[in-house]
Ligand binder design. Structure first.
Ligand code: NA7
Length: 563
């Protein structure tokens, strides 16, 4: 069977990135082109890009594979999907009207509510009339004779535009496990990122198997355990996770949040990765054992990423500090899981706390105390194949009604590989990136003129909407500058791209996270193509990243070849 479409190929106004309102440039020589700007993807990046292009008076079109807007929040409909970041730090800041009108009901918004937020934005700004849904882009080729892009969708329809903006998200190409027989199962099988709309109730009372224990699996498991008949969790690598501590937002609280938006956004701007949690400037070793433990108890008791991001400054770089904190979290896990053997299996042994993206949970560990939940450590008892009835392990076959694949994504570059991007002289983006990912500022690539990436590799992946707003503002300002100055060609130089690559690598030096296998280091054992380990994200501080991009703009984009 086909598993629901998943791939088996295994604002501060002082920054340049801020929106310049009211500019209505007219595009030079674009009359013969269908659009000034073609945008791929109608998630949060595509929504804001279209809004900005429209605001600038440009003709823009969004092409989207899904049947509606929302991107990540459109596709990831698995039970329990929600923010791990405070809802009010994840809202766009660009529209005061939106901030005034939109109410969050929970501190950590659920997927249905976040999708409604995306739909609210699209409706409020009448964006859907320029969005084409159910349309997957197949190729995008730069046309040297006209300095434009020719984009073709899977039906063969073509679109010409001066600029191309990719808004495809960093986790958009789901991957199934490279386990033999993955299509043989006769029951229902879902990848979490392709959860079918008619799945409600399908798990109730059923025998369910789930493969994966990443952030998605953790959210799914703690939710479905409430209704399934039995659950077997197939774990290859346990992850460090700790309590989300989500609560409802009262009307009074929402009023206070609304009044605090300027401070919330300022905090995000000041912080390392765009979140409201600021790191503690002390070293782990500035405190005594008792003082440290007391501090860790304090942050552990707080909601959200505080126990990750408000920690001592050296937790992510000093092996000894990291081990001490990992031991503290391991103690918490042991306290929550009744069976000591199961607890030990759930405690990561091959990586330290925070060296992979820290999922947040609400009752994940307690799920393993239920008599109908089984943890299958596939290092001890490997999966041999998927059968018609279930999953065959070394120790025997486990039969299921439903198998859930929470096996992640061909992250960051996967969306780019899924489209045949060709730049100057027919250069394929996949070839450009075959040795290592190369970008300038994470926003552009040499040989791919007039193409910009929102949430491309080498950008800040921290608080995504904060990064999106900055990137879209920066790109819009450059496009506006080009329009005002009769420019039709913008290309990052190879020298600047190399320098940027060196800078991205320097920022990654010393971070324990870059020694560990994860989607952030480009490791996905399910891919059929060879993929080298890479630095996929910008690891330096967000304020520093923005300063570098602002400087490029203030030098009137002289780092680019501009014609
Ligand atoms: P992740 O974090 O990539 O997790 C995927 C999980 O699936 C992880 O536990 C993997 O184990 C497991 N996996 C993948 N392939 C296999 C095979 N072949 N056999 C067994 N287990 C496998 O994806 P998520 O969707 O959970 O989260 C992605 C991001 O979304 C997350 O970081 C948040 O930012 C939101 P592994 O660790 O590779 O051993």
């Amino acid at each position: 069977m086909t598993v629901n479409g998943a791939s088996t190929t295994n604002g501060s106004a002082t920054t340049n990135g801020s929106a310049t309102n009211g500019a209505k440039p007219s595009m030079p020589g674009n009359k013969d082109l269908d659009y000034d700007v073609l945008i791929i993807g109608a998630g949060l990046s595509g929504i804001y890009s279209l809004y900005r292009m429209r605001q600038m008076g440009l003709r823009a079109k969004v092409i989207e594979a899904g049947s509606g807007e929302g991107g990540t929040w459109f596709w990831n409909r698995y039970p329990g999907a929600r923010f791990d970041s405070e809802s009010y730090s994840y809202i766009f800041s660009f529209s005061q009207e939106v901030l005034d009108e939109w109410d969050w009901s929970e501190h950590f918004s659920s997927q249905p509510e976040t999708l409604r937020y995306c739909q609210f934005l699209a409706k409020k700004f009448d964006l859907k009339r320029d969005m084409k849904f159910n349309t997957r882009v197949k190729s995008a080729h730069f046309q040297q004779t006209s300095n434009s892009w020719l984009t073709t969708d899977e039906t063969g329809a073509q679109y010409t535009s001066r600029y191309l903006i990719t808004c495809m998200g960093i986790l958009n190409e789901p991957t199934l496990p490279n386990i033999p027989g993955v299509h043989n199962f006769k029951g229902d099988a879902f990848h979490t990122a392709r959860w079918p709309s008619d799945a409600a109730g399908k798990l109730d009372g059923k025998r369910v198997g789930i493969i994966g224990t990443g952030a998605t699996a953790i959210q799914t498991i703690q939710e479905i355990v409430k209704t399934v008949g039995s659950l077997a969790v197939f774990q290859r690598t346990p992850n460090w996770t700790c309590p989300l501590r989500n609560t409802k937002i009262s009307t009074k609280e929402m009023k206070e949040i609304r009044e605090s938006y300027p401070e919330i956004f300022q905090k995000c701007l000041d912080s390392y990765a765009g979140f409201i949690h600021l790191s503690d400037t002390r070293s782990t070793f500035d405190l005594t054992h008792e003082e440290r433990e007391a501090f860790w108890e304090e942050i552990y008791a707080k909601p959200g990423f505080s126990k990750y991001l408000s920690n001592f400054r050296d937790i992510g770089t000093d092996r000894k500090a990291n081990t001490l904190y990992s031991n503290f979290i391991a103690k918490k896990i042991r306290e929550r899981v009744n069976d000591p053997e199961v607890a030990e299996k759930l405690i990561p042994k091959n990586h330290g706390f925070g060296t992979r993206r820290v999922p947040l949970e609400s009752g994940y560990y307690e799920a393993f105390n239920k008599p109908n939940v089984q943890l299958v450590d596939i290092n001890e008892n490997p999966i041999e194949r998927i059968t018609e009835k279930g999953i065959m392990t070394k120790d025997g076959e486990l039969e299921f009604d439903v198998i859930i694949y929470a096996t992640g994504f061909d992250a960051v570059t996967g969306s780019f590989r899924a489209v045949d991007f060709q730049g100057k002289d027919g250069l394929k983006l996949t070839d450009q990136w075959s040795e290592s990912i190369q970008t300038y500022l994470g926003l552009t690539v040499n040989s791919f003129p007039n193409m910009f990436m929102v949430m491309g590799p080498h950008q800040m992946f921290g608080n995504i909407p904060r990064s999106i707003e900055y990137a879209v503002n920066w790109i819009s300002n450059l496009i506006g500058y080009a329009a005002e100055n009769n420019i039709t060609y913008i290309e990052a130089t190879p020298q600047k791209m190399d320098q940027w690559g060196d800078h991205v690598n320097e920022c990654a030096v010393g971070l324990l996270a870059n020694e560990v296998d994860s989607w952030m280091t480009g490791v996905n054992k399910n891919l059929s193509h060879k993929q080298k380990r890479s630095i996929a994200r910008y690891n330096g501080p967000a304020p520093g990243y923005r300063k570098k991009c602002d400087d490029v703009a203030s030098r009137k984009y002289s780092d680019f070849t501009i014609l």
